[in-house]
Design a protein around this ligand. Sequence first.
Ligand SMILES: C[S@@+](CC[C@H](N)C(=O)[O-])C[C@H]1O[C@@H](n2cnc3c(N)ncnc32)[C@H](O)[C@@H]1O
Length: 285
Amino acid sequence: MFPAARPPSWISAPASPFRLCCCLVLPGQAGSAARYGTPSLSGSPRACRDVEVQQDSVPDELIENMDKKETWDRFYTENNNNPKFKNFEWFFGFSSVKEYILPLVQTTCNTNIPLQVLDIGCGTSALGPCIYAHSQCAVNVTCADISPVAVRLMREHVENTLPQPCNPSSTLIFREMDCTQLEGHFGARSLGLIVDKGTTDALLRSKTGQAKAGQIVKQCLKVLRSTGSLLQFSDEDPDARLLWLEKEVGASEVAAEVGIWEVGELRGVNYFCYHVTPSLGQHRH
Ligand SMILES: C[S@@+](CC[C@H](N)C(=O)[O-])C[C@H]1O[C@@H](n2cnc3c(N)ncnc32)[C@H](O)[C@@H]1O
């Protein structure tokens, strides 16, 4: 069964500030493709202003079927039965990760052409709209999700609230999309940044989603520019995720490097940002 109302019963209110930090993590514990270090950001810890969530009793039915459109349609329908829409964050929100995203956008963007940004499995998160609203340089943000319910809710919300971008040339759209098929929607090497907050985690934890998660990584590498980045925000331990990412990258047509930044701890759970960047000019096949 799904939680009936939002916030769901398995999510509790914040009790303590979630602190964001950028630091070196586990040097030497991963394979050769891994690259460790801080992003081009300030390294000082800072308080997070996000809503904190606790996922200690997510229903088994949801976990097992997190790769299915129907599961998420039902989830977003049941969690949005209030007349007033609220963004739902699977875990932390934009303010916890903006220090990773905005400098990357700034260094990747070209002053004349908007940077193409994609949020894969956006759900009803505010992450994509916040990138659109806060980026100084022009961005075309696409928020994509397999669930038409989530996409409709976000379109309606944005139509009602009309968020304003920092840069007047920026755009924001929501699209129903199976992100295992990105090539059908985006040109090769066209995207500057892809963000994934909890989507790969969800696929990897579901009964039949592992191959889809791998397919998404390979598709991301095909549609990323050579200077682009895929950021996976995740609570999966580096021992497991780095090995998995290196395996998927190794089987991809595009060679890439994998790095990791530690985001911080929330209620005893450590969160990470896995950073995948194509190796310049490295098309293998
Ligand atoms: C764990 S939720 C994360 C949602 C959001 N990123 C957040 O942080 O709250 C996973 C999301 O991935 C979406 N999803 C699952 N499989 C997908 C696929 N193949 N293509 C696109 N979205 C998918 C689900 O509909 C769901 O919204």
